[in-house]
Design a protein around this ligand. Structure first.
Ligand code: GTP
Length: 669
């Protein structure tokens, strides 16, 4: 159950508990299931269970393994995972249902602003069913393909999943991808058809799709409205009836898996742990199997959904552990913790995330390097799927080359750096990891390998040094109403994709499988797909290795000066159209300056595209009339502040966000 899973990506989850002394006593007695008539009464009881006043430590020994269920909610983006999680938390009294709860488990600012889940979150729920008290550990996971590493790690701590499908939209590409993650991990799958309250809901059609694509009998589907709370109680009951308890041994020595971690500036690393065997408590001396360092446990507890200290954690439970780990290198995701006096064989851990997109990251001002370094280190504790290599460039100074799981992941990381660490950075053109097979023994000796991976376009080796270039490919799944199939096929062809399969999942919905060069889909394929299908088509992909490709390095020049951020590797056949599009978009995003600017795309010394920005004089003081000196000074100051957001290339001032705008759209012809 805790074994690695498909698609080269992984996960973990967490479990929990809490209560005031009074509430605690109460939770140990079976609680009758709330009925509508008992609503007013249960509200006051629920308050006892709200997280605000849970100060007393909980005795976790009372939750035996048979009464624990670890499950995750997985779905296509926006099908209602977080809304269902809110209802489950309310129904079990974990949060106060009189409050207008929305995305309670989406704690990050970026998640609330974008309305998406980025980070898997956990909460422990207490639930009485047929006279027994259960501890249900719920993990809300992200839906977007870029965050499926979070999904797979979460699944490693679960025995079952709720597969949520929108009753109007039906099965989408990420429903398929997520189902197979759970299926490969041999988890129990409970299909939940959500949004049955919608006018266009057609749960019967979705039931049939589920039967056709996943081979799950229609009578196993639970039809709900997470928004209105309709039939949600049935979901909790199914979790108990259909998902098995974890297979663990409490009498064995401690074996705890670190499946996630966060950083607190006062308390250091907070490790999320799942206990496979044994017990852990405050004061225990534990060892990291990875570093062999010894720590004393300062605190253990559960997430409910906030931290709630407990006396101990027992096998089968999931919670958090603080043990004075201060450094990124000490908090390895996938590490096994064991008791100092009772060494154990470490768990297999997780395969590391495989970055799909790399970009250079540099401080806008080199004096900010150390602050940015510390911010990047802390954020990567919280997001272990980002890979970090030191890098430097003549124009941009010292920085890093970061690997992300996709472009949205890159944008979210950047936004979190700004919002959580107040750091402002320059990002270079995202690139996929290309490979080059070296041609001579001398070069192989120099690089110490025959096949090198290129994650920085500036280091792309010249054709004279290689026998062939290779590009990464992915197997993409597209689900669409059949009226858009023709247009989608043309789009895929323009992206150099090769069709592998096509099936009807119901009377008018088609599932297409294509082999895509990763480079062709990474930036804007999804946007193009959405716009030509009026938003109806969905897309997901998985790693499919490498293929030979004719690649060239393209430079972008401003008045003859190289723009390092925009150096890019392109397929030979696309060089002209991509170069032209970049020049045109750069022209649109560059403000006019006091002199003319020539924008050129070049391959080696050959110019393949050109645009010109005409000269223009921006005189802020022209706005002032009447010679008001204070106002003049204010305007000059504002202009100086604006300049901090600019990067100078030669004598040309380029706004920082111009580059990302340029990269957003590529031509489809
Ligand atoms: N009508 C209706 N709307 C719902 C229902 N459940 C969720 N929604 C709405 O659907 C939208 C998406 O819901 P979320 O719960 O944020 O979806 P999610 O799957 O968690 O989304 P990601 O975290 O981005 O993957 C929100 O606007 C919800 O209010 C439902 O049962 N009925």
């Amino acid at each position: 159950m805790w074994a690695p899973m498909g698609r080269g990506r992984w996960h973990g989850c967490a479990l929990t508990v809490w209560a005031t002394a009074a509430a605690h006593r109460r939770i140990l007695e079976p609680r009758p299931m709330p009925t509508r008539g008992a609503a007013a009464k249960s509200r006051s009881q629920d308050r006892l269970y709200s997280s605000a006043d849970r100060k007393e430590k909980i005795d976790m020994s009372r939750f035996s393994v048979e009464n624990i269920r670890n499950f995750s909610i997985i779905a296509h983006v926006d099908h209602g995972k977080s809304t269902l999680a809110d209802r489950l938390l309310e129904l079990t009294g974990t949060i106060d249902k009189t409050k207008n709860n929305k995305q309670v488990l989406d704690k990050l600012q970026v998640e609330r602003e974008r309305g998406i889940t980025v980070k898997a979150q956990t909460a422990s729920l207490f639930y009485n069913y047929e006279g027994k008290q259960y501890l249900l550990n719920l993990i809300d996971t992200p839906g977007h393909v870029d965050f499926s590493y979070e999904v797979s790690r979460s699944l490693s701590a679960c025995q079952g999943v709720l597969l949520v499908v929108d009753a109007n939209e039906g099965i989408q590409a990420q429903t398929v991808a997520n189902f197979f993650l759970a299926f490969e991990a041999q988890l129990s799958v409970i299909p939940v058809i959500n949004k049955i309250d919608l006018k266009n809901a057609d749960p019967e059609r979705v039931e049939k799709q589920i039967e056709k694509v996943f081979d799950i009998p229609t009578d196993e589907c639970i039809k709900i409205s997470a928004k209105l709370g309709t039939n949600v109680e049935r979901v909790l009951q199914a979790v108990i009836e259909r998902i098995p308890p974890p297979k663990v041994h409490r009498k064995n020595p401690l074996k705890a898996l670190v499946f996630d971690s966060t950083f607190d500036q006062y308390r250091g690393v907070i490790a999320n742990v799942a206990l496979f065997d044994g017990v852990v408590s405050k004061g225990d001396k534990i060892v990291s199997a990875h570093t062999k360092k010894i720590y004393e446990v300062n605190e253990v507890g559960v997430l409910n959904p906030n931290e709630q200290p407990t006396h101990k954690l027992y096998a089968g439970q999931v919670g958090y552990l603080i043990a004075g780990m201060k450094d990124v290198t000490e908090a390895q995701i996938g590490d096994t913790l064991y008791l100092h006096k009772q060494p154990v064989e470490p768990l297999p851990g997780f395969k590391s995330a495989k970055p799909m997109v790399f970009a250079g990251m540099y401080p806008i001002d080199q004096s900010e390097y150390n602050n940015l370094k510390s911010a990047v280190e802390k954020l990567t504790i919280n997001d272990s799927s980002v890979t970090v290599h030191r890098d430097s460039s003549l124009a941009l100074g010292a920085g890093w080359r970061l690997g992300f799981l996709g472009l949205l992941h890159m944008e979210v990381f950047n936004q979190r750096l700004e919002q959580e660490y107040n750091a402002s950075v320059i990002l270079t053109t995202p690139t996929v990891p290309y490979k080059a097979v070296l041609s001579s023994a001398k070069l192989i000796k120099e690089y110490r390998e025959k096949e090198i991976t290129i994650i920085n376009p500036a280091q792309f080796p010249d054709k004279s040094k290689v026998t062939e270039y290779l590009e990464p490919v992915v197997l993409g799944t597209i689900i669409t109403p059949d009226e858009y199939t023709g247009k989608i096929m043309m789009l895929c062809q323009a992206r150099r994709a090769v069709q592998k399969n096509m099936i009807y999942i119901d009377q008018n919905r088609v599932m297409l499988k294509y082999l895509f060069p990763l480079n062709e889909i990474v930036v804007d394929f999804y946007d193009s797909l959405k716009s030509l299908s009026s938003g109806y088509a969905s897309f997901d992909y998985e790693d499919a290795g490498y293929q030979t490709a004719e690649l060239v390095k393209m430079d972008i020049l401003l008045n003859g000066n190289l723009v390092e951020e925009l150096v890019t590797i392109v397929h030979k056949d696309k060089a002209h159209s991509v170069g032209k599009a970049i020049c045109e978009r750069l022209k649109d995003s560059l403000p006019r300056q006091l002199f003319e600017i020539a924008i050129q795309a070049a391959i080696g010394s050959k110019i393949i595209a050109r645009e010109t920005v005409k000269a223009y004089r921006k005189n802020v003081l022209a706005k002032c009339y009447g010679g008001d000196i204070t106002r003049k000074m204010k305007l000059l100051k504002r202009q100086a502040e604006g300049k901090k957001k600019l990067r100078k290339i030669g004598n040309i001032e380029v706004p920082k966000d111009a580059f990302i705008k340029v990269l957003r759209t590529q031509p489809d012809k």
